[in-house]
Design a protein around this ligand. Structure first.
Ligand code: AMP
Length: 190
């Protein structure tokens, strides 16, 4: 079983590269951002609660996203593996995921960390906002807050996984195809 975490700041290309990994390796894509947006679209109570955090570029509380991930893992017991995109985003989420996967006897295979310069992130997100209409991609202040939250709360996850030798830094600048090749080279060794 291949369990991959696609890691990196907002705009690093996690969603784009996840599509490619699903096709190449037959994994189930679990994007907490997509799951939350679908809760919002369905007008659920969870979606309503999450929206107030997402609109500001803040993180949705751990227990909400962990609950969503747990139920997805439970409902896909026969999967070939998962690609976690946008999760974990805090050290507590990372510890919970690590424990859940170990308890299932299917440990995390690797954490692929896309490294992209801040100016490039902002430009990619503003462009995506024009196309997708995502509110949090259209406001530079919200984008800057998301990047700041990433640096403060999400980056420390690297230190959590480093002792397990599961962290792989990948240059996330350049063409989509070139980045996909770099990722593939790492995944094939796992
Ligand atoms: P994304 O689509 O991954 O960029 O996520 C969009 C927004 O959803 C984030 O800015 C957060 O507000 C929220 N979100 C997504 N994943 C998580 C997570 N794992 N933990 C907390 N909040 C999340």
């Amino acid at each position: 079983m291949l369990n991959l975490v696609l890691f990196g700041p907002p705009g690093a290309g996690k969603g784009t590269q996840a599509e490619f990994l699903i096709d190449s390796f037959g994994l189930i894509h679990l994007s907490t951002g997509d799951l939350l947006r679908s809760e919002i679209a369905d007008g659920t109570e969870l979606g309503l609660k999450a929206k107030s955090f997402m609109d500001k570029g803040e993180l949705v509380p751990d227990e909400v996203v962990i609950g969503m991930i747990k139920s997805k893992l439970d409902n896909n017991r026969d999967a070939k593996g998962f690609i976690f995109d946008g999760f974990p985003r805090t050290v507590d989420q990372a510890k919970t995921l690590d424990t859940l996967l170990n308890d299932n006897g299917t440990p995390m295979s690797g954490m692929l960390c896309l490294e992209v310069e801040k100016e490039e992130l902002i430009s990619r997100l503003l462009n995506r906002g024009k196309i997708s209409g995502r509110a949090d991609d259209q406001n530079q202040k919200v984008i800057e807050n998301r990047i700041a939250v990433y640096n403060e709360k999400t980056l420390p996850i690297i230190e959590y996984f480093k002792p397990q030798n599961k962290h792989f830094g990948i240059n996330g600048m350049g063409s989509i195809e070139d980045i996909a090749e770099r990722i593939k080279a790492v995944v094939e060794k796992l």
